[in-house]
Write a protein that binds this ligand. Structure first.
Ligand SMILES: *[C@@H]1O[C@H](CO)[C@@H](O)[C@H](O)[C@H]1NC(C)=O
Ligand SMILES: *[C@@H]1O[C@H](CO)[C@@H](O)[C@H](O)[C@H]1NC(C)=O
Ligand SMILES: *[C@@H]1O[C@H](CO)[C@@H](O)[C@H](O)[C@H]1NC(C)=O
Ligand SMILES: *[C@@H]1O[C@H](CO)[C@@H](O)[C@H](O)[C@H]1NC(C)=O
Ligand SMILES: *[C@@H]1O[C@H](CO)[C@@H](O)[C@H](O)[C@H]1NC(C)=O
Ligand SMILES: *[C@@H]1O[C@H](CO)[C@@H](O)[C@H](O)[C@H]1NC(C)=O
Length: 602
């Protein structure tokens, strides 16, 4: 009981002291419009303030003026405040500083003149402030900084020049600021030509450098060398078009790196090679970034978060992520990825989250997440999933891992038409039984040339049909290829659908070119017919591969394609005729001119 009473009593006593102390020490000197704190902090707000109050509590070490009507700091404004260490005047339309304004206050450690109207600073106005550690000039109208502006401020730790109108920097402007740890140049108008190559080189203690929201289209080579303590570098929201091959020096302390809002289409493969300590990398929102070098993430043994979202990525190299063994979060959403290699996530054994939303994925390999045993969140919606045979394995995986797919009710079939609006998770394995029949059981027959001569000429006149094959016939095509490959045992085996499609696209002409080492018996590749298959079939041999080209049995489509072909040929002929007529006219005019000139000379 007694203990409780004593505790309550002492609390009450402390409260009394706390309430009366400021009044006892300050009431007589604390100016109106100001609030004076017992430990020496004074804050003054309001438009009635036009100069620094003359009488402040004796021990004032911190003075903050905000939203005042003080437009000028004159030579006596800071006089007789020998204990003042930190001075700030903000949001006050300050436009003029007397050249000797700080001679009366050389003891200042912190000077903040943020959000004012300063457009120039008198030469060497800051030179008396040899103890200055913190200088904020952000939110003014400064267009240039004189090269000697920071001379003598050897102890400066923090410099904020953001939100000004700087267009360039003198190459030696930061020389001597060897103790600087924080430099903000963000939200200015600094252009490429105006970033001198070695402007940051003396800042060997820098920890935070901000260059975001400028107009940099390029950064000089080795700009960020010699900064071994850098832990935060922001260069986002610059219209960067390219980065040099040598840019980042050794910076093992770098923990979080942002590179977004640029016009980069790719980045150098070694961009992050010197950032071995990186935990989080945000290389996102670069709407022109289309390609990433395969070794880009080679040397990030500690990376936990990787955001590549909202770029313009169409393709990822199968080995791109293979070194990121500690990765936990991977964001790939809002890109244009069409497919992913089966082994792309194989080394990411600690991965918890993958976002693949809003890409161009039609299917994924059934085993793609096999090694990601701790995966908890997978996002897959807003992709044009193609629910034909090729999705069977992945559909099976989704059914077995439903709890992992965060948006499973929105992961819907986009094609074929009879599956639209079904979720992939609702596809039964039995529904795909026909796939096996289609790809393996359908017999293939080679038929003697004489029987089929009527079919081949029809298709060989239609070379462009190869690119218009509907997806659904691919399986058959592949089946046919495999069958063919078995028969031609001396040829390498072609196994995956995607490989086939690529080669198919690459081979534009229907050549029946014989391979240099040609071991195939000629009767075989002269003609190939798939029984019960599409009506028009043609195959060709290219570099040792047998390609089978199919036309759908749909006669309307075939007719349409034929029509297009005829139209193209006719247009070509017409153009040739027009060109010939043009030549004829030109010739005639030349002749006339010759005659004319002869007449004139005559
Ligand atoms: C200073 O005043 C501006 C408006 O005049 C206000 O937005 C800002 O929050 C104030 N800052 C401080 C530190 O009081
Ligand atoms: C500063 O103090 C000196 C002497 O105490 C006095 O003469 C002078 O007027 C003061 N200046 C200001 C600006 O208060
Ligand atoms: C720079 O920092 C070092 C270490 O903190 C310190 O010893 C040195 O005095 C500082 N230099 C200046 C000019 O303040
Ligand atoms: C990494 O930093 C070192 C030292 O600063 C430098 O010599 C090297 O070229 C840098 N490597 C890359 C890939 O930029
Ligand atoms: C960067 O991209 C933006 C948006 O596409 C464009 O307006 C701007 O002109 C580009 N800048 C450069 C330097 O190419
Ligand atoms: C990684 O991202 C998660 C979720 O956004 C966040 O909580 C975490 O702090 C990030 N880790 C690092 C190292 O930035």
């Amino acid at each position: 009981m007694g203990g409780h009473f004593g505790q309550a009593g002492s609390t009450l006593w402390l409260m009394l002291v706390y309430l009366t102390l400021p009044h006892l020490t300050c009431t007589d000197v604390c100016p109106s419009s100001c609030r004076c704190n017992s430990d020496g902090a004074v804050k003054c707000v309001g438009f009635t303030i036009t100069d620094i109050p003359k009488h402040l509590p004796l021990h004032t070490y911190l003075l903050q003026l905000n939203g005042t009507n003080m437009n000028i700091i004159n030579d006596q404004s800071l006089a007789n405040k020998t204990l003042l260490l930190r001075f700030s005047l903000s949001h006050s339309h300050l436009h003029t500083i007397h050249p000797q304004a700080f001679q009366v206050a050389p003891q200042l450690k912190s000077l903040k003149l943020s959000s004012n109207d300063l457009s120039t600073l008198p030469a060497r106005v800051l030179s008396p402030l040899t103890s200055l550690e913190q200088l904020h000039l952000d939110g003014n109208q400064l267009e240039t900084i004189k090269p000697d502006m920071f001379e003598g401020l050897d102890g400066l730790l923090e410099l904020d020049l953001s939100r000004n109108k700087l267009t360039s920097l003198a190459s030696d402007v930061f020389d001597g600021l060897t103790n600087l740890t924080f430099l903000n140049l963000g939200r200015n108008s600094i252009k490429i030509a105006s970033l001198p190559p070695k402007v940051f080189w003396s800042l060997r203690n820098l920890k935070i450098l901000t260059l975001s929201f400028n107009r940099l289209q390029a950064v000089p080579e080795r700009s960020f060398y010699n900064m071994p303590k850098l832990s935060q570098l922001t260069i986002y929201n610059n219209p960067l078009l390219s980065l040099p091959d040598q840019l980042m020096g050794y910076m093992p302390e770098m923990k979080i790196f942002y590179l977004f809002g640029t016009n980069l289409t790719t980045v150098p493969g070694n961009l992050f090679a010197n950032m071995s300590g990186l935990l989080s990398l945000n290389l996102h929102l670069n709407d022109k970034l289309r390609e990433l070098p395969s070794d880009l993430f080679c040397c990030l043994p500690n990376l936990k978060n990787l955001s590549l979202r909202a770029n313009d990525l169409h393709y990822l190299h199968p080995q791109l992520l293979s070194s990121l063994t500690t990765l936990k979060i991977l964001l790939l959403n809002n890109n244009k990825l069409k497919s992913l290699a089966e082994n792309i996530f194989q080394s990411l054994r600690q991965l918890l989250t993958i976002n693949l939303k809003n890409n161009h994925l039609q299917t994924l390999p059934g085993d793609i997440f096999l090694s990601n045993t701790v995966l908890r969140e997978l996002t897959l919606s807003d992709n044009p999933w193609d629910c034909t045979c090729s999705i069977r394995g992945f559909a099976r995986w989704i059914r077995q891992n439903e709890h992992v797919v965060t948006d499973k009710d929105d992961v819907m079939c986009h094609s074929p038409s009879y599956q639209i609006l079904r979720t992939i998770g609702s596809l039964d394995d039995e529904e795909f039984n026909f796939c096996e029949l289609q790809s393996y059981s359908q017999p293939l027959h080679t038929i003697s040339t004489s029987v089929q001569t009527t079919v081949v000429p029809t298709t060989s006149t239609l070379p462009m049909t190869t690119s218009t094959l509907p997806m659904t016939t691919h399986t058959t095509t592949q089946g046919a290829t495999q069958e063919v490959t078995v028969l031609t045992t001396t040829q390498p085996t072609k196994s995956t659908t995607s490989d086939f499609t690529t080669s198919q696209a690459a081979t534009t002409a229907l050549s029946s070119e014989t391979p240099s080492n040609g071991h195939i018996s000629p009767p075989f590749y002269d003609l190939l017919v798939v029984e019960q298959g599409p009506e028009f079939v043609h195959h060709s041999l290219h570099r040792g591969w047998v390609y089978v080209w199919l036309l759908p049995s749909n006669t309307t489509l075939a007719g349409f394609l034929m029509f297009c072909h005829i139209l193209l040929v006719a247009t070509g002929l017409l153009l040739i005729l027009v060109a010939m007529y043009g030549m004829y006219r030109l010739n005639k005019t030349m002749d006339e001119l010759k005659v004319d000139s002869k007449n004139t000379l005559g």
